[in-house]
Ligand binder design. Structure first.
Ligand code: IMP
Length: 433
């Protein structure tokens, strides 16, 4: 038995948290491997809502092992707050069920500060980041300036490594942005207690994960953001700073591609995007508004509360994500939302000048010039939120699934019709096969 990697096929917010939560029922171990607390996985369990930013959603099931891999950029203050919050709601979080890679790079206060200052400085060319310090933390990682979790849990080492890095950051803060410096002693006072609190959770995911997979354990890699936000293959520069495609699971958790058996691509039944950047199928304001406010959970960012831009399902974009991540199966989310619209459109190709494109172009600048070619799908207008069997879906909704499978070329194995665990149609014996 190999591992499953889940990957968002659009610009994030595909409803991965809910899908991952459903698969986690069958998993032994759930792993986050990239991104940081820019992610927000919303889950509804019974009548309780949870939003998790860093801790894998498997934490809500007793007996699952959750791992935060080295590819994550970890804000220790946010992680501790999340642990404390979960505990206050009766969820057990301990070194028994949560491990943090010692090699994960830290997000520290100056990263958050620099993220905001950099966005302001870019003016109209801003990326629209979540301002959680993600980009500056990854810049330090590849620039070999990061402090890591291993540094945080060794007070002497943290004191020693922080001093020259902070001197450098303070030069940037004052000389580039005209901002006041960050105080070294205050940073120690904030972060050293975090090191003490988090130390019992710290470990090495490489031997643990490889042994688990070799022993036939069911390991689930929980992708954050979406393939189109990938720092290399996404709509650059309007991307996040990590490898959000399936390959990120290997580089961010220390397992080889030979250990991955299945890549589940997760896509919404339509498309959304937060932040700036091209969006060929963005709907007119009235339709976007309708989609945004339909259903029990509207299209507003789980991390920042920003309204999401909304539009139609875009097959050329999904084809690109499917290829770049080796997607083998699909999960389609929020199908229930389309019950509320009076027309359903799907973009099945682009026009670019005299050319017809089946796959989204590599150059994001061209993506803003393409003209989508739409097919209209008959609406079904029936509430889907109580349906758990495929046979009970109205024929229009079944037709929608069948045509998406044809256009994308991958089977849809799961369909979500609401935020609850049970509001899921599963079209497979086992999600791990
Ligand atoms: P950053 O990841 O905060 O640097 O933001 C870079 C871009 O990625 C912005 O357009 C964000 O809106 C977007 N982004 C980051 N995380 C998420 C997410 O979890 N869902 C959707 N968009 C995201």
């Amino acid at each position: 038995m190999g591992a499953i990697v889940t990957v968002g096929c659009q610009w994030g917010d595909e409803g991965k948290g809910k899908i991952i939560d459903v698969i986690a029922q069958e998993a032994d171990c759930i792993v986050r491997h990239q991104g940081g607390n820019n992610a927000g996985h919303s889950l509804r369990i019974g009548d309780q809502d949870y939003v998790l930013h860093l801790i894998p959603s498997g934490i809500l099931y007793p007996g699952r092992r959750c791992i935060i891999g080295a590819g994550v950029v970890l804000d220790p203050l946010v992680l501790w707050e999340e642990i404390t919050h979960l505990r206050s709601r009766g969820v057990a979080v301990s070194p028994e069920n949560l491990m943090i890679s010692g090699n994960a790079s830290l997000i520290l206060s100056y990263h958050r500060l620099l993220d905001g200052l950099d966005e302001e400085a870019r003016g109209a060319a801003r990326v629209g980041t979540t301002r959680r310090g993600i980009g500056p933390a990854y810049m330090d990682k590849v620039g070999r300036l990061s402090l890591r979790v291993f540094d945080l849990i060794d007070a002497d080492r943290f004191r020693e490594r922080l001093r020259p890095v902070l001197q450098h950051k303070n030069r940037v803060l004052s000389q580039v942005y005209g901002h006041a410096p960050v105080n070294y002693d205050e940073m120690l006072a904030t972060y050293l207690p975090m090191g003490e609190k988090l130390a019992p959770f710290v470990g090495d995911e490489v031997p643990e994960l490889n042994a688990a997979i070799d022993a036939g354990k069911r390991v689930l890699f929980e992708g954050a953001q979406g393939a189109l936000l990938d720092v290399t293959y996404g709509t650059y520069p309007y991307v996040t700073s990590s490898s959000t495609g399936a390959g990120g699971a290997c580089t961010g958790a220390g397992v080889g591609p030979t250990k991955v058996e299945k890549v589940l691509g997760i896509a919404k039944a339509y498309t959304t995007r937060v932040g700036e950047g091209p969006f060929p199928t963005e709907a007119d304001p009235a339709t976007a508004d309708l989609i945004r406010n339909a259903g029990p959970i509207g299209e507003f960012g789980a991390t920042t509360g920003r309204p999401r831009r909304c539009g139609w399902f875009d097959v050329p974009l999904i084809r690109r994500s499917v290829m770049a991540s080796g997607v083998t199966h699909l999960a389609l989310t929020r199908l229930d939302i389309l019950s509320e619209v009076s027309i359903i459109k799907v973009c099945v190709g682009y026009r670019l000048g005299r050319h017809r494109l089946e796959v989204a172009p590599a150059d994001a600048a061209l993506l803003s010039q393409v003209e989508p070619e739409y097919e209209e799908i008959p609406t079904w207008g029936v509430d889907l939120s109580g349906i758990t069997n495929e046979a009970d879906l109205p024929s229009g909704a079944r037709e929608y699934l069948r045509r998406l499978e044809d256009w994308v070329g991958r089977p849809i194995q799961m369909v979500s019709v609401g935020p609850g665990r049970r509001q899921t149609i599963i079209r497979a014996e086992s999600l791990f096969s």
